[in-house]
Write a protein that binds this ligand. Structure first.
Ligand SMILES: C[S@@+](CC[C@H](N)C(=O)[O-])C[C@H]1O[C@@H](n2cnc3c(N)ncnc32)[C@H](O)[C@@H]1O
Length: 280
């Protein structure tokens, strides 16, 4: 199993938390499900034989599908973008491209290019779905590298047998069996409705929907791990209430410390409490 890094930086990415989660991942014989895929840090860490990976962000899902099936074509296109990674005018031009007029490889290359050259690796779109993060200036002589060949190849190999789908998380519950493992990393409970991952702002009831989903999944007999988090200082009450959604059931609820490094709003950075809920 090769050591793999996610090919995009993604808000809420779990790379830094993996060491802490490692001792809690279960043994399982069936399929691995990850319905809030993001950058896929946990999938790439576990590299399961059988996997179903999904997210509602169509651009992200296209990127995973291209990495899976057309890594060479993607890397050639990225080599062209690489020549202009410090050119702000080029960035603004690429950012304004109309996604609907691009083929799958063009779209995927643009997604990686923007992710690596924008401010802080943030993904944010406006109400029309247009990417709107500003250019992230880097010091001359230190240009961002869009990809590492060995890493893209290893990602593609790990994804070889995976089913990659653009759909709402709720679809997963109809598919899981007792021998499966489901890893859930929903969007954070945020104090305002800043849309971090898609043009759709999150409705207030998202955390309730996720909790109900968790209970339904647990009833199928599958093993389920969920992470959720909140800034300790700002969201004390919300954090408590998220925790309440999972208490008084036969689950193990743990609070793990974590740091969060991507954020549109300065106040969100800093110490966060990461919640972990398992039913096994
Ligand atoms: C916290 S991120 C996951 C981060 C990921 N674990 C990683 O390591 O990069 C949450 C993801 O949930 C996705 N998402 C938001 N609403 C969703 C929904 N209703 N169904 C499925 N995915 C959704 C977002 O697009 C985002 O990629």
């Amino acid at each position: 199993m090769s050591k793999i890094k996610p090919f995009v930086k993604w808000a809420g990415g779990k790379t830094q938390l993996i060491k802490k989660l490692d001792e809690y991942f279960p043994k399982f014989e069936g399929t691995y499900y990850e319905p809030f895929l993001g950058g896929g840090a946990v999938f790439f860490h576990l590299q399961p034989e059988k996997a179903v990976l999904s997210d509602t962000n169509a651009e992200l899902i296209n990127l995973f599908q291209v990495i899976q099936k057309k890594p060479e074509a993607l890397m050639s296109r990225l080599d062209e973008h690489q020549l202009k990674v410090q050119d702000k005018e080029y960035f603004l031009d690429v950012r304004a491209w109309d996604l609907s007029k691009l083929d799958d490889i063009e779209q995927a290359a643009r997604t990686i290019y923007l992710n690596k050259t924008c401010f802080n690796g943030l993904y944010r779109v406006n109400s029309k779905g247009q990417f709107n993060v500003p250019f992230g200036k880097t010091p001359q002589g230190n240009p961002p590298k869009l990809y590492l060949k060995e890493n893209i190849e290893a990602c593609s190999q790990a994804l070889k047998n995976a089913e990659i789908i653009c759909e709402d998380f709720s679809e997963t519950v109809n598919k899981t069996k007792p021998e499966d493992f489901v890893y859930l990393d929903p969007p954070y409970h945020a104090p305002n409705k800043a849309s971090m991952y898609s043009k759709v702002a999150y409705s207030d009831d998202l955390q309730d929907r996720v909790a109900q989903f968790y209970h339904d999944l647990a009833k199928t007999g599958a093993k389920v791990m969920l992470n959720n988090s909140a800034t300790l200082e700002i969201l004390k009450d919300s954090h408590t209430s998220i925790k309440n959604l999972y208490e008084n059931k036969n689950y193990t609820v743990k609070v793990l410390d974590s740091k969060w490094s991507i954020g549109a709003i300065g106040d969100w950075r800093g110490k966060r409490a990461e919640l972990m809920i398992i039913n096994y």
